[in-house]
Design a protein around this ligand. Structure first.
Ligand code: PLP
Length: 402
């Protein structure tokens, strides 16, 4: 023994301290149970894989969260992933094999395309993209014997296209083709994909479920054979989330309805206000009466969240950055679903997609947070004022120098 001050008995007591906590007092939330090793009752249990034998899945906090999410999505099971993107890539890896083909809506979240065109292509899975403006019959007509699944997102990222998800799902199921949807916009609340025939519903919980722009997590929910495939994929690939993050997601679920109601009401008010501004050509929000997706939205959805886009008039094509730089309450940054309002320009992401060229003017996507609506419209007004102000200043400068 190098250090004679350490007593052998104390050492062993310290190593095994606090390991006898089988009798926890009850709190409203589950314990944040940390653990990699799971202690088993006897030697026989070590190879009984019907039990939880390892802490990568099955601990208290994560189990409570996946049960709550399965309930929310109307699924037999929900699987957790360390980010929304990991839920998308994990679900696709779980169902696709080399030689399979995917049909993918052209308006999906950008990193979803990057994975499909990159990793998935390297593994021998091909993809064909279709315009989100296509109806169910046209999408179904694209199915070939190689088609494994159809990947949907409705409303689509940025362009907010609404798809006939129930129609596509029914047609796909009749052909033995799976449907998968990125259901992040609806947060599992505003649209119920599994009840409408979709096989796998995916959410970035980073957005509304966690709700405070400070946690990454994703989930995929399914029943029957699709759930079995997800379970196998999760186990083989090794997806796991921390109990602390799972606890944050559970805490977010408790206020999800209340927050969504406020995000939706404020977003509708801001969308209507924007539609009346002279600089705005079109507001891409499915709840607006004259929007392209309104009929599908009214049929399938029970509300809107805080995320929508708008198109500026074409004469402001070169001024969108000045408008965004003129905002102070709206943050400039990716992601959404948190308490705060955000804005991004969309056009750089439209390149190579069917929606490129569909909108004459520049497109801006905004997330309406929980701030007061008059403050948000005042901030947007200051931003919109930059469209002309800046131009006048430039003209004056040109005149002065020319
Ligand atoms: C943000 C987002 C994702 C990815 O979620 P992360 O948790 O950031 O990985 C997936 N789909 C949509 C529609 C998103 O907006």
């Amino acid at each position: 023994m190098i250090n004679g001050l350490i007593s052998a008995e104390e050492n062993t007591r310290l190593v095994h301290c606090a390991s006898d906590c089988t009798q926890l007092v009850r709190t409203p939330g589950p314990p944040v149970q940390r653990g990699s090793t799971v202690l088993l009752s006897d030697a026989k249990a070590i190879y009984d894989h019907k039990q939880v034998t390892y802490g990568r899945s099955g601990l208290a906090t994560q189990t409570a969260l996946s049960a709550a999410l399965a309930d929310l999505e109307g699924a037999e099971q929900a699987f957790l992933y360390p980010s929304g993107l990991a839920a998308i890539t994990g679900a696709l890896m779980a169902i696709c094999s080399a030689g399979d083909e995917l049909l993918v809506s052209d308006c999906v979240y950008g990193p979803t395309r990057r994975f499909i065109n990159g990793t998935l292509a390297r593994y021998g899975v091909t993809a064909r993209y279709f315009s989100p403006t296509e109806g169910a019959t046209d999408v179904a007509a694209r199915i070939t014997p190689a088609t494994r699944a159809i990947f949907l997102e409705s409303p689509g990222s940025l362009s907010m296209d609404m798809m006939d998800v129930p129609g596509i799902s029914v047609a796909a199921r009749a052909r033995g083709v799976l449907t998968i949807i990125d259901n992040t916009w609806a947060a599992g609340v505003l649209f119920k994909p599994l009840a409408r025939g979709v096989d796998i519903s995916i959410q970035s919980l980073t957005k509304y479920v966690c709700g405070h722009s400070d946690v990454f997590m994703g989930m995929a929910a399914a029943s029957g054979e699709a759930a079995r495939l997800l379970a196998r994929g999760t186990q083989e690939i090794g997806w796991a989330v921390s109990p602390d993050d799972a606890y944050m997601a559970l805490r977010g679920l408790r206020t999800l309805h209340t927050r969504l109601a406020q995000h939706g009401a404020s977003a509708l008010a801001v969308a209507q206000w924007l539609a009346a501004q002279p600089e705005v050509a079109e507001v891409l929000c499915p709840a607006l009466a004259d929007s392209a997706g309104q009929a599908i939205w009214a049929r399938d959805f029970s509300g809107i969240c805080g995320l929508f886009s708008f198109v500026l008039k074409v004469e402001y094509a070169d001024r969108v950055d000045a408008m965004l730089d003129g905002l102070s309450l709206f943050g400039l940054g990716y992601s959404w679903g948190g308490f705060e309002s955000l804005a991004i320009p969309c056009d750089p992401q439209f390149a190579g997609r069917t929606c490129s060229g569909r909108f004459e003017g520049p497109v801006v996507r905004i997330h309406i947070g929980l701030e007061a609506v008059p403050d948000l419209t005042a901030d947007l007004r200051r931003g919109l004022d930059q469209l002309d102000h800046g131009r006048c200043a430039e003209r004056q400068k040109l005149r002065a120098t020319g």
